[in-house]
Design a protein around this ligand. Sequence first.
Ligand code: CA
Length: 517
Amino acid sequence: MKGFLPLLFAISLPLCAADRPNILLIFTDDHCEQALSAYDPARITTPHMDRIAKEGMRFNRCYVTNSICGPSRAVILTGKYSHLNGFVRNGNTFDGSQQTFPKLLQKVGYTTAMLGKWHLRSTPTGFDHYEVLIGQGPYYNPTMKYRQKDGTPAQHKHTGYTTDIIVDLTLDWLKKTRDKSKPFMLMTQHKAPHRNWQPGPKYLNWLDGKTIPEPETLWDDYKGRTSAASGQTMTIRKHLNANDLKLGPPRGLNPEQAAKWNAAYGPRNEAFRKAEPDMSEKEIIQWKYQRYVKDYLRCVKSVDDGIGRILDYLEESGLAKNTIVIYSSDQGWYLGEHGWFDKRWMYEESLKTPLLVRWPGVAKAGSVNNDIVSNLDFAETFLDAAGAGVPEDMQGRSLVPVLKGETPDDWRKSFYYHYYEYPGAHSVARHFGVTTGEHKLIHFYHKDEWELFDLKKDPEELKSVYGDSSYSDIEANLKKELKRLRTNYKLPEPEEPSGPRRPRKDNRNRKSKPAAG
Ligand code: CA
């Protein structure tokens, strides 16, 4: 018996919680770098997000594979592009029977939880505990679906501001519910700052009297690009509705919440209605921009406060030193750039997403990385960090060496992107493309229109140089690279089995079958 003890100890040692890091992914919906002061301090200060950057690594080029909410989440869970994980557009239902990184972490002894916005329709799988919003979920008083001890789902209605509730659930799980004999992987996923940007009670009046700077491209006329850029329906000028602009009564608030809301918006709306008849079209757009951006920033501020509460608890509890904290969003966003709100495009603001990682003892404090990384890499990174095997069929790459400051020589130099949701909200044409970070080639394949951008000379992507003879070598090389990546990532040929072969002048009214998946 005596002889067995050291052996048993040796076998059980790799499974001890202390050996492997906890993983905490704090995730938002539609949060762009322009509203995170570690990236851009022009509009907001986010001290708690910035703290993750200061104590860890900030990634400047984290690209998403498909800039839309549900698909991004499916890519993160599976480490696979949309056409392979089957969730190509919002409205699909995630096949929860497939391989995901939380399931693989469970197999190697992690306890796992998903709290907040799930947005994949199917019941979450791979989690010992979940409590999730139903669909998009509201900003106030959400009904949430949770996993009961017997594994079956039940629902519970909360009272309060959703961002704060998700943080409460996070702290509750960390403090009380989780199995403390195991390392944990927790995904805390906010609804904020998704449309329609309803601020919490604490920030209803924050930024009153301030003017948020307008982006230079707010007045973009879409010349110099294909018909895709002018055919969208996501402009601040025309496509924000009364609900977005808080010009109607608030939805889903109880009388006490509504009273505070009306005290904040009532006088502002009254002032606007009085002034509106004498305002020029430009002044009305500027008013809409301020209303929209301030509400968005107010939502971000509550997320940041919540991150502060979580980081404080990690510190107090002693968990901080062995917990990887990742902050990211499902994609970037237009905060008025090109005159837009929303996402979807392969243009920089929505292609990029924030990525901040604090990993004590591994990622150097205050480090900045400019490699091309992606949400495609998250699954492999988490598995690698946990010491679990990484399946061959995942398509990203572990960021662990990058976090150590040792980016491999053969790290990716180009990146493949693919957006499918057309027809769909905001009428953004389907497109795929490749970027090297210096040049970007985009193919709007149902239109058979191409764009090529020189990102150094034209960082705002206002003038496509596709077809310009001085770029013919670059164009040819990018086309070759696009083909190589499409083969490498197992994209079906032609572009989509159901897509039209011939370009059409106007496909806005054409019904097309769902994309390949
Ligand atoms: Ca989103």
